[in-house]
Design a protein around this ligand. Sequence first.
Ligand SMILES: Nc1ncnc2c1ncn2[C@@H]1O[C@H](COP(=O)(O)OP(=O)(O)OP(=O)(O)O)[C@@H](O)[C@H]1O
Length: 618
Amino acid sequence: MATSRTSWADVADAEPARLLPRSPPTPPPPRPTAPPAPPTSRRTSATAPPPPPPPPPAASSAAPPRAAPGLLSRPGAGAPAPTSFGARPRGGGRGWDREPDPFADSAPPAPDADAADEFGEHQNTGINFDAYEDIPVETSGQEVPPPVSTFAEIDLGDALNQNIRRCGYVRPTPVQRHAIPISLAGRDLMACAQTGSGKTAAFCFPIISGIMRGPPVARPQRGGGMGMRTACPSALILSPTRELSMQIHEEARKFSYQTGVRVVVAYGGAPITNQLRDLERGVDILVATPGRLVDLLERARVSLQSIRYLALDEADRMLDMGFEPQVRRIVEQMDMPPPGVRQTMLFSATFPKEIQRMASDFLENYIFLAVGRVGSSTDLIAQRVEFVQEADKRSHLMDLLHAQRDTGKQTLTLVFVETKRGADSLESWLCMNGFPATSIHGDRNQQEREYALRSFKSGQTPILVATDVAARGLDIPDVAHVVNFDLPNDIDDYVHRIGRTGRAGKSGLATAFFNDNNSSLARSLAELMQESNQEVPAWLSRYAARPSYGGGGGRNRRSGGGSRFGGRDFRNDSSSFGKSGSRGGGDYYGGGSSGGYGGSSAYGGGGYGGAGAPSSWD
Ligand SMILES: Nc1ncnc2c1ncn2[C@@H]1O[C@H](COP(=O)(O)OP(=O)(O)OP(=O)(O)O)[C@@H](O)[C@H]1O
């Protein structure tokens, strides 16, 4: 159930700032030619965005033409005939089918990356892989394929290998080392690995490689009616938020550049016509949010009958009560091939046992992979918890920001609050006080959300105030500090939130403001910090020790006992295996409680305050 907890972030009305006119919604990104309009509000003044990037150049050295992939009843579209594993032939040779260079806006890879002889031992610049070296890994399931140490050991194909080099990836991360061979062997996989540890590539590489080497897509003759065509992707990647879907799409486009594998994204809040046009051009891999996909399926513009690969990113979120009905509908009640026929991969940094149990419906003879402790945060993130009363939160935040500014370093700070109203209010207040900020939450329209994210990423507004819509998956380089201005009710949400910093081997800082309102989180927070080698303040330990403050079972109780790593596959837990109705037991991973997965607060029903269908997030 969504919480109605209020926070000091909500109370702009008590502050001088609220007496000023409220900021109008952020305008759409400015036109490339016009100079930025004079500021009309704090929000707009602080966030004058850079002009949109020019359209990416068409790839001049495009691979040979190939028929449009994954499209039913495409007139004249013969089945593409893969000619080599290096790259599939591309279709049409028509202007619109030229492949823009997805690397055009990227920072150049490590200087020696291109020459990095078979992905030798050179490290990608800025990535501290040693941080991951001694991480414990556990796999369970039958006949687990062995891990690899280098990309060179995996036969991903020349074209994909070339793109891995272009990305500057020199060595696989631990989750990639284990997950890629498992997926390439055709096995279903439930994988849990820490935030920022490269899970996106871990599911994208096998999918792209499998499509490149796979048979041509079958093309049934049925259409969507009214002469419309039905797109028939080979792979489906589902994610819970629009921004995450866009990010996965961008990544997957890089990985599949000039492979002939076409990636399309579909998410709510954006005009469906553009997405339909994209789908008509053909699609091998469809990245989507559930709501928009259901819409496309109902319009018969997408068919899932050719799906060979299904990946659920943030799988635990996809299967909690906010999304589960839609996801079940997509996976079980449409025309998708069943488990065993398709290959299914579930990824997240957190995987409560009750969700594992539910997820096992989607899998067949799967391998469970845990890199690091399930649901743990990475040691790369320095975690601080400070006791701050509600009324003092703003001044405390201000102190932190001033201290940060005094270091002279330009850093990005992500501030999580509980409510959408709180996000707006805090954003305005920060701007009023000389800290350029923007915000992202479910009441902002999609254009505003994307604009806010761009403005933050570019450093134009180095503070982003966000609800949990930004908690999962977003990979924003240079986020140095995550502030939990309002702590979440759920320790898993905390893990994902702080995971927006300390990514890809870099270090980061997370500060949480704790007070009596957060007492139910005390124990799990203290345990998490301890597991991650963080100093737990004595006052927090005292909170945690009180039985009524998070000490009594339920979802926020972690399975403690001092063991930093152990069996996490719910199939190995004799007390919970097979008892699908059992939700108690006081084991964090298996324990459901009233505060558990009863509602997807940020994702459901348009955000906080509404349960049910995640309509506004997709
Ligand atoms: N092998 C690699 N070498 C270098 N960088 C990598 C490698 N794999 C991934 N990365 C980079 O690491 C960053 C984090 O990757 P990714 O977003 O996939 O993490 P994640 O595990 O999905 O995180 P989250 O749990 O927050 O979703 C990205 O910027 C990605 O480009």
